[in-house]
Structure formats: structure tokens, C-alpha cells
Ligand binder design. Structure first.
Ligand code: LLP
Length: 504
């Protein structure tokens, strides 16, 4: 069930009024429901329980630490595609021994980082990558655990930009190459073949592609076993679709129905890499109307949110439901076509691009300056793909749990926009001697956060997980960070842990 409901015409996330959150934390604002996230995880775990899957949440869909922490606390593992994502998983307290690492361009440094953290397996995409993993593993005297990524040439009927399992995509390898590389792994003591990986595309709204992939997997696994491999894992990637329009998404059981029999027949452990299915509908992006304007026979409602926040409509022509946060007209189950009391509207942002829109030709109730708009299904590939384009600070993210509200990413301030540039001469961020307590400082070269009660010394905090080394000294807000007297970096960011205190 959705945790975003209208009560007497006002939108709520769980027990919290969305309008109140917007008032308190400003807009644009990402609002997540923790209950929704946990519900989706439970749904997946129940649907696949018979084969005891390892669910590796796909970090690329939403990599905010507060979201990763929810996954970790629920016993979920992770699928990463970069050293940065692995770093985030560690920062969220994740167990790296169940992490899978995909992506066509892993660097030696990323491979080393992953091996040092004892990950479950690499999803290998090419012979050159296999050679690189062997070389790095060899230099470290460890065995590189790999799964080969098969491109099964299955049409998952997704958007051209998000299809991955068709011949001609850059991902994976065809079956002939797959067999060659499997034989190569068998001859190389620095590598161990753990399994087979396939990811077909995203989002996939039918079960047929998974059924076809499952059948293909059985055949391939049997062949590999005949050749002397001990194949333990079948990783069928992510891609489960969700409802963007209203009711088109399938329940997890539908996918399980075609996947579970294949896993049993292949006598493998199942790994899955769902991202969108878990986070997609856990979040609304709330923006405020700045202006309305009629031009060229069209009505434009201009928001303070934009394509730099949510780029999916611009990039994939994606459909997101939009509806006023407070509205006398009830939001229909499926927001398409003509609606009584509504007018055809384009919902756009302020960025200087014609592709900066959230919705086009959508029937919406009348909206005025300062009204709030909810953009639904914004949790997957929303914040993770957001940027500072047009020098717009990134928006805050809020996690709602019943009536509890937690800021999981504070709103960026203008100073953040320049914090990493020309540090030798620009006035250091946070140089103003703030009087209010409760600040966090981030030392970028160590990645450590320290709580500061101005003007006393920095104290250790429970978060992040990495302990603060004893030899680290932070001299003052403006100072360099020193480690045993050696220069390590300049404090580049001042974080307000209390978003209600005035912007510095
Ligand atoms: N595993 C692999 C290897 C992937 O490439 C992906 C997504 C996933 C898992 C997770 O897929 P999901 O369960 O979230 O569908 N930015 C696009 C989607 C790109 C998907 C990239 N790969 C969008 O906004 O629709």
C-alpha cells in the first residue's frame, strides 16, 4: 500500500503532512517513507523465500546514506558499480562480503579496493577486465571471485537508453565468449568462477524476459558444470518495474513465479539486484510554484524544482505523476487524460533548457504562486542522478518513519557550490564564527565527520563508522587538517546538522 495518501485534500507521507515538511525544510524537497521501503523489501523476501535469495540493493538507484542504512539494517546486501558506491556501502555500515560489483569499466584501483574488502564477486563484462582482476588479485596474493556477465540477447522492451541485455549493447558478452572466458578462469589460479550474471534492462514490466533468462541460465550452468566448474550463483540482476502511471507495476511474486523454478533447476543460490522496485515509489519530490504563465496557447506552471533535481523526464521522456500537495480535486488513480475541473498544463522548472520539465500536457487543478506540487515515484534515479546544473544547490532529503522526521541529507548552501574549487584562495567555507551549536565538519581527505560544539574542541561522534584517528587534529574552522604534523587537507565543508538554524 502507498504510504503517500491524501487526507481531506492534503498529502501525507505516513503520519506527516507534506505541506508542513515543505514549510519546515524548504523546497525542492525529497520526502521518503521508511515504511514503504521496508514493505518492498519484505515483499521481495517473501516472494523469493523458497530459494533464500541474497538481495543486493542496487546502490545506483539511490545512494543516499540514510537510505543505504535502512537497507543494511533490514539485512539487505548491495550491488555496486564503482569504488565510490562501495565506499558509501562501507560508510553505511554494510557488510562488504555479500557485495556484488558490476560495470564495464572497473579500474585497477577499484578492483583493489573491492578485493581488500573481500566482496562476494565481480560481475565481469569483458576479457580485458578479467585479465585486470587476475593481475590485481595476483599482486595481492588473493583469489578474485568472478561471475561472468552473459548478454542473453533478450529484448526486455524497455526504453532504448536503459536496455542492456540485447546484442549490440556494451554490457556483458555473448555465449561463445562466455564459454571461452570460463575456460580461461579454470586455468588461472588467481581467479574463481562463482556464477553467472545477467541484467536485462530497466524497468521491465513483464515476466517473459526473466523466464527466458532463467531457461538460458539453466542451460549455461549445466554446461559449465560439465566442464568442471563449481557454479554456485545465479545473479539475475535487477529491473523489476513499478507503477509510475498508477497501476502498471507487478508484485514481486509475479517475477518470483518464473525465476524460482529456474533457480531450483539450476541448483544455484540466487542473487538479485533490484533498485527501482525498492526505492522508486518510496519518495515524492515536492516543489513550489514560483510563477504561472500563459504563452503560445499553453499554461506553464514554473516550479522551484528542476531537471537538475530529477532528470528522468528530460533524459528518458519518463512519466511521473504530478499533483498539488493540497487540492480540492482528488488525485485520480491514473493521472492521464482529461479530468473534470482541471486544465491542460506543462509543469516546468527554471533551468535554461526546453527539456526542463516534469510533466507535459497534464490535466491539473488550477495552481497559483507558492502552491506546492508533488512529483511522485521520485525515489529511484532521482537524487542519484541529480546535479548542480545552473549552479543550483542540491535539495534536502527527509526520511519519514511514522510521525518521526529525519534529515538524511541537508540542503546544500551556495558555499557548497564552490567548496571544491580554487581552495588556495577563496575564503574558506564556514569562516564565519557561528555561535549556534551543533555543527558537523567534514575533512575531505579523510572522509571523517566530527561534531563541533563551538567554540570548544572537536569531539568524536558515533557517526560515521570510520573511527577518527587519534593523531588527527582539527585546528579551527578555517584551518588545515593535520596528521602527525603533516598537512592532509583543508576543511572544505561546514554541515549544519540542525537544518532549522540560519544559513551561514
Ligand atoms: N543491476 C545492474 C547491472 C544494472 O545495470 C541496474 C540498473 C540494476 C541492477 C538496477 O536496476 P533497477 O532494479 O533499478 O531497475 N537511470 C535509468 C535507469 C538506469 C538503470 C541502470 N542499471 C532510469 O532512471 O530509469
Amino acid at each position: 500500500m502507498s504510504q503517500f495518501q491524501y487526507r481531506n485534500g492534503d498529502l501525507y507521507c505516513e503520519d506527516v503532512s507534506v505541506a508542513n515538511l515543505a514549510e519546515r525544510f524548504g523546497t525542492p524537497l525529497w520526502i521518503y517513507s521508511k515504511a514503504f521501503l521496508l514493505g518492498q523489501l519484505q515483499q521481495l523476501q517473501n516472494a523469493f523465500a523458497e530459494v533464500d535469495p541474497v538481495i543486493c540493493y542496487s546502490v545506483k538507484a539511490n545512494s543516499t546514506l540514510g537510505i543505504l542504512r535502512v537497507m543494511h539494517d533490514a539485512g539487505i546486501s548491495f550491488d555496486v558499480v564503482s569504488g565510490g558506491e562501495l565506499y558509501r556501502v562501507k560508510a553505511a555500515g554494510g557488510d562488504t562480503s555479500k557485495v556484488v560489483f558490476a560495470g564495464v569499466g572497473k579500474t585497477d584501483a577499484e578492483i583493489r579496493f573491492a578485493l581488500e574488502n573481500n566482496i562476494l564477486m565481480f560481475d565481469v563484462e569483458s576479457e580485458a577486465e578479467l585479465d585486470a582482476i587476475a593481475a590485481v588479485a595476483g599482486s595481492m596474493n588473493v583469489v578474485g571471485p568472478v561471475a561472468l556477465r552473459l548478454n542473453p540477447d533478450i529484448d526486455a522492451k524497455t526504453h532504448a537508453k536503459t536496455t542492456t541485455g540485447k546484442k549490440g549493447n556494451k554490457f556483458g558478452m555473448d555465449i561463445e565468449r562466455f564459454r571461452e572466458l570460463a575456460a580461461k578462469v579454470l586455468r588461472d589460479k588467481r581467479l574463481k568462477l562463482q556464477g553467472i550474471h545477467m541484467h536485462l534492462g530497466s524497468p521491465i514490466l513483464t515476466t517473459d524476459p526473466y523466464e527466458a533468462a532463467g531457461q538460458k541460465a539453466i542451460e549455461v550452468v549445466e554446461g559449465l558444470r560439465r566442464d568442471g566448474h563449481e557454479i554456485n550463483w545465479l545473479n539475475l540482476g535487477g529491473g523489476f518495474g513499478i507503477s509510475y502511471r498508477g497501476q502498471e507495476g507487478l508484485p514481486a511474486e509475479a517475477y518470483a513465479k518464473v525465476i524460482v523454478p529456474a533457480v531450483k533447476a539450476a541448483k544455484c543460490r540466487l542473487a538479485l539486484e533490484p533498485g527501482r522496485f525498492i526505492v522508486g515509489n518510496s519518495c515524492v519530490l515536492v516543489s513550489r510554484v514560483v510563477y504561472t504563465k500563459r504563452e503560445g496557447g499553453k499554461l506553464f506552471v514554473i516550479q522551484d524544482g528542476a531537471m537538475n533535481d530529477l532528470i528522468r523526464p528530460a533524459m528518458y521522456d519518463s512519466f511521473h505523476r504530478v499533483w498539488p500537495v493540497s487540492s480540492p480535486v482528488a488525485m485520480p488513480d491514473v493521472v492521464e487524460g482529461e479530468i473534470a475541473g482541471c486544465e491542460k498544463t506543462d509543469v516546468v522548472g527554471p533551468v535554461c533548457e526546453s527539456s526542463d520539465y516534469f510533466a507535459k500536457d497534464r490535466y491539473l487543478p488550477p495552481m497559483r504562486r507558492d502552491d506546492l506540487m508533488a512529483i511522485f515515484s521520485a525515489g529511484a534515479y532521482g537524487t542519484a542522478m541529480s546535479s548542480n546544473y545552473n549552479s543550483r544547490p542540491r535539495a534536502a532529503e527527509i526520511l519519514v518513519d511514522g510521525s518521526d522526521v529525519k534529515v538524511i541529507r541537508r540542503r546544500e548552501i551556495y558555499a557548497d557550490l564552490i567548496a571544491h574549487e580554487l581552495q588556495d584562495w577563496h575564503p574558506s567555507v564556514g569562516s564565519s564564527p557561528a555561535k549556534s551549536a551543533d555543527f558537523w565538519l567534514l575533512a575531505p581527505h579523510t572522509g571523517l565527520l566530527e561534531k563541533k560544539d563551538w567554540p570548544t574542541r572537536f569531539t568524536r561522534s558515533a557517526w560515521p563508522v570510520t573511527p577518527i584517528p587519534d593523531d588527527l587534529t582539527v585546528r579551527s574552522m578555517n584551518s588545515v587538517v593535520e596528521r602527525r604534523g603533516l598537512f592532509t587537507g583543508r576543511l572544505s565543508m561546514l554541515m549544519r546538522s540542525n537544518p532549522e538554524c540560519p544559513v551561514l
